[in-house]
Design a protein around this ligand. Structure first.
Ligand SMILES: *[C@@H]1O[C@H](CO)[C@@H](O)[C@H](O)[C@H]1NC(C)=O
Ligand SMILES: *[C@@H]1O[C@H](CO)[C@@H](O)[C@H](O)[C@H]1NC(C)=O
Ligand SMILES: *[C@@H]1O[C@H](CO)[C@@H](O)[C@H](O)[C@H]1NC(C)=O
Length: 216
């Protein structure tokens, strides 16, 4: 071989090497679960490879292959795409889902995450309380859910109106854990209070309590 031949031979080897190592990847059209994937819903994703023939599909959850055998989880594949359907969603379905494809020795994968949303539920429900004028009062109100619920306290004036209480408004304090603290309670604090627990998923929760102030 002269210098010319060996140069072209080297280029040829290089091109074959790039084809084998660098080209061993099938691109997949990005997919994701709906952003409002809440517990009890039906959700699905579809994996569509952008190249390849006679494609074999595998679905993995947190790196472990999923089977079609649970009635809640269905995998349906056509020659060029595959769908994963979960119905109904449970909170432990959260995780990373991967579509893994093989076609004529080439492979590809795409991973998306699922974070199952859960409506708010009660941990501590506030209850009616009596206090003596001048006392300090702590009212606990707590919920759980995904995302973490927000607690709103309001003082009701009649049937449909109320004013939202916030920390620093007169002698009220609302802690980050949702508890309402009333310092040096007075007769005019007597009345109905509402604790609203909501996280934007499903219905919000609320409880109305009566605080009675004994004394002046
Ligand atoms: C999902 O993937 C993310 C990002 O790679 C990782 O931080 C997380 O721990 C994974 N979750 C599970 C349940 O494996
Ligand atoms: C909420 O936080 C306050 C202040 O840190 C604490 O006194 C109260 O016990 C807490 N309530 C609950 C239900 O954990
Ligand atoms: C509770 O708060 C949420 C969010 O601000 C609101 O949409 C909902 O109407 C409130 N519910 C009640 C009963 O006040």
């Amino acid at each position: 071989m002269d210098n010319h031949q060996s140069f072209f031979f080297t280029i040829l080897i290089l091109l074959i090497w790039i084809k084998i190592i660098g080209g061993n990847s099938i691109k997949i059209q990005p997919f994701s679960f709906p952003s409002d994937s809440a517990i009890g819903k039906r959700v699905s994703v579809t994996c569509t490879p952008l190249t390849g023939e006679k494609i074999e599909f595998k679905w993995l959850r947190n790196g472990i292959e999923m089977n079609n055998d649970r009635p809640r989880i269905q995998i349906g594949s056509l020659p060029l795409l595959s769908s994963l359907i979960i119905d109904p969603l449970q909170s432990d379905d959260s995780g990373n889902y991967t579509c893994f494809v093989t076609s004529r020795g080439l492979t590809g994968s795409y991973t998306t995450s699922l974070d199952v949303l859960v409506p708010a539920s009660w941990i501590i429900t506030p209850s009616d309380t009596d206090a003596s004028s001048g006392d300090s009062l702590m009212m606990n109100c707590k919920g759980t859910g995904k995302p973490e619920p927000v607690i709103i306290w309001s003082k009701l004036h009649g049937e449909n109106s109320g004013s939202v209480l916030s920390s620093g408004s007169s002698h009220f304090n609302i802690f980050s854990n949702g508890s309402l603290y009333i310092e040096n309670i007075a007769k005019e604090d007597e009345g109905m209070y509402k604790c609203n627990v909501s996280n934007g998923i499903g219905k919000s929760l609320f409880k109305t309590v009566v605080i009675k102030v004994i004394g002046m």
